[in-house]
Design a protein around this ligand. Structure first.
Ligand code: HEM
Length: 352
């Protein structure tokens, strides 16, 4: 049953289409099967690496990278060869590895780890505070890294030990958006990993049970305006909520593994009723009762200023793609002391 939903979702994904899903398959909304492991409370430094020789080499590299900002490549005799300075091609190889793994590992949720990688990149970055300059993706200090996303990326970190976790998490978010049919996300390296002392206090990420004031408080603290806030929330076209993680349940649309403007179209065109269930307040669509919206999603059409952008994006997919890309690039770069300039960002080639 869940696999039927997954196949349909994958078929749509393979079609590479940005058109609206023609088939309204209500089964998408059924909770996917399989054991789901609750998100583990842990620190970036507790990522469960196995004690292999590669992780030992990584450990040494990490210390050197932290000290000098450069990874020293070690050969089999552990003799330093000199600084390894990754080029755009090296980062494209990391991108390609993520894209291949995304294409091969489809036995998860609706058929893709992509959505949870996007969420990892967002949570890693969304702690930023423009007043104090603290938080943000630099440091990989996120305390609640979704375990599924981190486990997915661990073999990639082992294969490319020179990349920092914080660069890897953000690059993976950019790759997932592109691979799921979304806009190009120009990206640049430069984040360093830090220890837990650099963790920001809890409570910087948004609370889905709140209203528009809270959205403005949280995203305003990061330096976003109304238009950017709405664009960013359009990422809820992807993935689903899980009762064992957030307490909420279900996908936002019928194609949760394809990046579209469906989130906005459904917000505007569908009637959303409060779901009657033994769980936190969330909303369900009148037509199929299989989709969901969070209270913060509904706040986007309750607030006049937010709503004008929701309506614009519902009608104009190109405007959404462009403005989402700009806002997501900004999000992934918050608080990062780059040596490079914005015009030096890499544009990765999406897989065929
Ligand atoms: C008001 C702001 C936001 C709130 C309150 C919020 C809240 C949530 C919640 C409660 C979930 C369900 C988590 C789970 O149970 O697995 C979720 C999932 C998700 N969020 Fe957000 N979010 C917000 C903004 C964003 C932004 C800005 C992005 C990215 C740019 C994003 C990307 C995602 C994705 C891709 C998922 C699906 C993850 C999966 O399928 O596992 N969210 N969000």
């Amino acid at each position: 049953m869940a696999s039927a939903a997954r196949s349909a979702s994958r078929a749509f994904l393979r079609s590479g289409s940005s058109v609206r899903p023609a088939a309204r398959n209500a089964r998408f909304a059924l909770p996917a099967h399989g054991v789901r492991v609750a998100a583990r409370r842990g620190y970036a430094s507790e990522s469960g690496q196995t004690k292999s020789s590669s992780s030992t080499a990584w450990g040494i590299g990490f210390v050197l990278a932290a000290a000098g900002g450069t990874y020293y490549y070690l050969n089999s005799e552990a003799t330093p060869k000199g600084p390894f300075v990754p080029t755009k091609e090296d980062y494209q190889k990391v991108y390609d590895e993520i894209a291949t793994k995304l294409a091969n590992e489809t036995d998860y949720d609706d058929g893709s780890y992509g959505p949870v990688l996007v969420r990892l990149a967002w949570h890693a970055s969304g702690t930023y505070d423009k007043e104090t300059g603290t938080g943000g993706s630099n440091g990989a200090t996120m305390r609640f890294a979704p375990r599924h996303a981190r486990d997915f990326l661990e073999p990639i970190k082992a294969k490319f030990p020179w990349i920092t976790y914080s660069d890897l998490w953000t690059l993976a978010g950019a790759a997932a958006i592109q691979e799921l049919g979304g806009p190009t996300i120009p990206w640049r390296p430069g984040r360093e990993d830090k220890d837990v002392a650099a963790c920001t206090p809890d409570g910087r990420l948004p609370d889905a049970s709140k209203d528009q004031r809270h959205i403005r408080d949280v995203f305003g603290r990061m330096g976003f305006d109304d238009r950017e806030m709405v664009a960013l929330c359009g990422a809820h076209a992807l993935g689903r909520a899980h009762t064992d993680r957030s307490g909420f349940e279900g996908p936002w649309d019928f194609s949760p593994t394809v990046f579209t403007n469906e989130f906005f179209r459904l917000l505007v065109e569908e009637k959303w009723n409060q779901r009657k269930w033994n769980g936190p307040t969330q909303f369900t669509d009148k037509t199929t009762s299989t989709l969901m919206m969070l209270p913060t999603d509904i706040a986007l059409v309750k607030d006049r200023s937010f709503k004008q952008h929701v309506e614009r994006y519902a009608k104009d997919s190109d405007a959404f793609f462009k403005e989402f890309s700009d806002a997501f690039v900004k999000l992934l770069e918050l608080g990062v002391p780059f040596q490079s300039k914005p015009e030096d960002r890499f544009v990765f080639k999406t897989s065929e």
